[in-house]
Design a protein around this ligand. Structure first.
Ligand SMILES: Nc1ncnc2c1ncn2[C@@H]1O[C@H](COP(=O)(O)OP(=O)(O)OP(=O)(O)O)[C@@H](O)[C@H]1O
Ligand SMILES: [Mg+2]
Length: 203
């Protein structure tokens, strides 16, 4: 399976989600993570914790030689892909996950993405929006629920599981580990969020 992580707004959880989905895929078959972002965040995360992670990260140029050695490929992209890069990625992926934080700027960016794909004749059936950094709703407003409704109006699927907001992800990144392996007890719950969303993805 080729799973790509894309978002037009930066800092929505592409790299964090790439790491955790790659770990979940690795339990089902050999998995490589392709780091297409020049910041090399994913590669650095993996290199800090190679002993703890069940997959390795590669630069895009390694795809030609390494893809055949792996059953699954996770692609972590940089924010704001050019239209043609987006279309190529979409065409070459089985699923494209769009991590999103429930706020209006994210949703505006998603409208642009949907338009780009649609005007190039692509249906949006491979897209799945995953709400990350989700906080418990306070009082009457549930921003994630509102965000999901707005995404559905665009004709795009969302995962029903959200990834909760927790500092454990920063600890995981610093230590080169998965969120379940941090000292923060919420890390175990956050890992369960990724497990649940993964089950939805592959269902
Ligand atoms: N569920 C979460 N709860 C709290 N913080 C999170 C969560 N997911 C990611 N983060 C933090 O948010 C920041 C951005 O996450 P990440 O690097 O995964 O996003 P990105 O989309 O890859 O960013 P970029 O556009 O820079 O590549 C990081 O500091 C990360 O630790
Ligand atoms: Mg990133």
């Amino acid at each position: 399976m080729i799973l790509s992580l894309v978002s037009w707004k930066g800092g929505c959880g592409k790299t964090t989600s790439s790491i955790h989905f790659a770990a979940l895929l690795a339990a089902r078959g050999s998995t490589m993570l392709v780091d297409e972002d020049r910041s090399r965040n994913a590669s650095n995360w993996v290199s800090r914790g190679e002993a703890f992670l069940p997959f390795r990260a590669y630069p895009p140029r390694a795809l030609g030689t390494e893809a055949r050695n792996h059953e699954h490929i996770v692609i972590d992209t940089r924010g704001g892909l050019e239209d043609q890069d987006l279309i190529d990625l979409y065409d070459n992926s089985d699923l494209v996950i769009v991590p999103a934080v429930a706020e209006s700027m994210t949703l505006e960016a998603l409208v642009n993405t949907a338009n780009t794909l649609r005007t190039q004749g692509r249906e949006l059936s491979k897209l799945r929006v995953l709400f990350t950094m989700a906080r418990r709703s306070t009082g009457k407003t549930d921003k994630v629920a509102e965000g999901k409704a707005a995404v559905h109006e665009l004709g795009i699927s969302t995962l029903s599981t959200n990834i909760r907001a927790t500092e454990a992800f920063k600890d995981a990144c610093d230590a080169g580990r998965l969120v379940r392996d941090t000292r923060n007890p919420v890390g175990k719950l956050a890992w369960m969020d990724y497990q649940r969303s993964f089950r939805e993805l592959i269902a």
